[in-house]
Design a binder for this molecule. Sequence first.
Ligand SMILES: Nc1ncnc2c1ncn2[C@@H]1O[C@H](COP(=O)(O)OP(=O)(O)O)[C@@H](O)[C@H]1O
Ligand code: SF4
Ligand SMILES: [Mg+2]
Length: 374
Amino acid sequence: MSEELTLTKPQDDVPASGEPLMKVEGLTKHFPIMGGFPFKRQVGAVQAVDGIDMSVMPGESFGLVGESGCGKSTTGRLLTRLLEPTRGKISYRGRDISHASRKDMAAVRSEIQMIFQDPYSSLNPRQTVGSIIGNPMEVNGINPPGGREKRIREMLETVGLNPEHYNRFPHEFSGGQRQRIGVARALALEPKLIVADEPVSALDVSIQAQVVNLLQQVQRDMGIAFVFIAHDLAIVRHFSQRLAVMYLGKIVEVGDRESIYQRPRHPYTHALLSAVPEARLDDGEEDQRERIRLAGDVPSPINPPSGCRFRTRCWKAQDKCATEAPPLVQITGNAAGHLTACHFPEEGSTTAREQDVVLDSALRAMESGGPAGD
Ligand SMILES: Nc1ncnc2c1ncn2[C@@H]1O[C@H](COP(=O)(O)OP(=O)(O)O)[C@@H](O)[C@H]1O
Ligand code: SF4
Ligand SMILES: [Mg+2]
């Protein structure tokens, strides 16, 4: 392993400070919907990500959580510039990369890496492990001392694979091992930021904890910043020091892990937390996470509700919620850096958590009479 990778100081639960590694302002991605006859024209848009602000500090692990379809993967692809933003600004180390060309991105391309959800489709089946990890090194001009092959073998060892398996093909590995190859591929480029998009969702529960532990070890030992995307709060609780909760293309709450878990103020965060049993991930067997239980369907991102997007499922909604979109701000009672977008926030007390449990069991009762939306 190179000195550059090993020398970096590990980060623990110390709140990150200083200049952000990546900063995002008003980031928006609307996918156009084309239609009409005889001439194709835009008839609408999927508002996948709609004006989000967030920042990631060097070496920190930042969690991004929300139900399926809320825009997490789109956000991840915008951050890594695999997608072009519709609007908004992405700064990386103080530099605006929002619309950087392929050529301009070349200088930072290797520093911002992505680990994908599906370890089966994200590795080329016709390439050996050595090529899968080595080709991006070549493309990005990474020439470590001692040569690429030596580095690749070191990376395989770092992620818990046998360096002798250098010449094997992806199909010779299990799902968990393939995800380790994906991690090795990202690490070989000496990244400063890794966006991990639900990196364990496709794996067996018994394997999930091992891969999360590997990522955590990498994050701490190498000081790499992570944006860790997950659809529930259980894994992020284990992994991230700070986290943002997304709903229908917006960030509804963001803050330190302790603040969010102990005093969640947004009703949606409450609902998400109510679906997280006290299971500990360290020991995979207890990881029996339940599905999020919320009444009603997630509205379409093509035509999201006016005002607060959560209002059609919110038990606290009032008239104002339909007309005014709540800004993401530090509301009274929030700890520093804990921001909530809600006109009528929860108290964040134990009582409020008990209400969640009632809500949860009420919905469970409803479900037994017929499926409730999730
Ligand atoms: N390429 C695309 N074209 C049109 N709509 C898309 C595209 N990619 C994602 N979407 C839509 O954007 C929304 C957010 O998707 P996604 O970012 O994948 O959410 P998540 O990762 O949270 O499940 C969804 O409604 C999805 O159908
Ligand atoms: S703004 Fe209104 S609808 Fe939205 S979460 Fe808060 S109370 Fe619920
Ligand atoms: Mg996704």
